[in-house]
Design a protein around this ligand. Structure first.
Ligand code: SF4
Length: 296
């Protein structure tokens, strides 16, 4: 049955539900060209080399997730160190010595962090996927840890980067707010508190959302999704564009109206900078280990 038979004109047809993760929405905000190369171009353009800081982050996240999956009596700081060492990821480091130094630093981080945890304080979820939808978006994502405290849910996100985070970071995080909304709906319990656990410093940045602040984040997510969905539709309906031959730079011109580049400092960290002349001009690409703490 067509839209007109159903009683509405095409211009009033309901929008297709936009399926996304917080990361997809943030990529659209950061740079529509990067969004296109990440989510739409197929085959996707080859990415640059892996980042050492991503290896550190993934190794620490994996170790902490595995630690919570141990039987309670085995959850010791030494066990966290052993898990970290066993699952250490080595991509992106300058050499074996740098990888070993970072592994030792990460081992200290998880040891310190787990020493402050109560192993009997069972989380309600570890790396738990939650999802929710409105009439415009279907959003899903994976929460590092979901705690139950005093009848409410708390979203916990681990951070391993150099910069200490503040309550403003927790307050402004679209991802954390969407996780809180989704977790609250899935588990049918209030979920307003979001926490960023910064492992290098041991600091915890906290924000207590209100129903209004969560609703604001959701409206923002819908507005971002509307823009991205329009661009997705234009991409799907575009006339065919010849694929670049192997080794040839992609021609961005046919896409730039919907997917403009947004050159700036972040281009140094963009996985697709090698395919983007504007980005390379804006900021030189960093070495894969550039985000690690300075060696002393
Ligand atoms: S290099 Fe910069 S402008 Fe180019 S795609 Fe990446 S983020 Fe966008």
């Amino acid at each position: 049955m067509s839209g007109e038979q159903l009683g509405f004109g095409f211009e009033e047809m309901p929008r297709r539900l936009y399926t996304c993760t917080p990361s997809r929405l943030n990529t659209w905000l950061d740079c529509p060209r990067r969004y296109r190369m990440t989510y739409l171009d197929r085959p996707a353009p080859p990415k640059g080399p892996p980042w050492a800081h991503n290896s550190v982050g993934a190794s620490v996240h994996n170790a902490l997730a595995a630690w919570w999956r141990l039987p309670e009596h085995e959850r010791s700081p030494a066990a966290a160190v052993a898990l970290l060492r066993r699952g250490w990821l080595t991509d992106g480091f300058r050499d074996a010595a740098q990888s070993a130094r970072e592994r030792d630093r990460a081992a200290e981080m998880v040891e310190r962090y787990t020493a402050r945890l109560d192993p009997s304080d069972e989380p309600l979820g570890v790396e738990r996927t939650v999802a929710t939808r409105t009439d415009r978006i279907a959003v899903s994502g994976r929460i590092d840890r979901l705690d139950g405290r005093g009848g409410e849910l708390v979203v916990v996100d681990y951070k391993t980067g150099r910069h200490v985070l503040t309550s403003d970071d927790a307050r402004g995080s679209l991802a954390l707010a969407l996780y809180a909304i989704a977790a609250g709906r899935v588990l049918r319990r209030p979920c307003r508190r979001v926490e960023l656990h910064h492992l290098p410093s041991g600091e915890v940045a906290v924000w207590e959302h209100t129903d209004e602040s969560l609703a604001r984040h959701l409206r923002r997510a819908e507005a971002i999704a509307d823009e991205a969905a329009d661009a997705d539709a234009a991409y799907r309906d575009r006339p065919p564009v010849p694929r670049p031959r192997s080794g040839e730079a992609p021609d961005h011109a046919p896409f730039d109206a919907q997917f403009p580049p947004r050159p700036g400092n972040l281009c140094s960290w963009c996985d697709f900078a090698r395919h983007c002349p504007e980005g390379r001009e804006a900021a030189p690409r960093k070495e894969p280990w550039a985000a690690l703490p300075a060696e002393v």
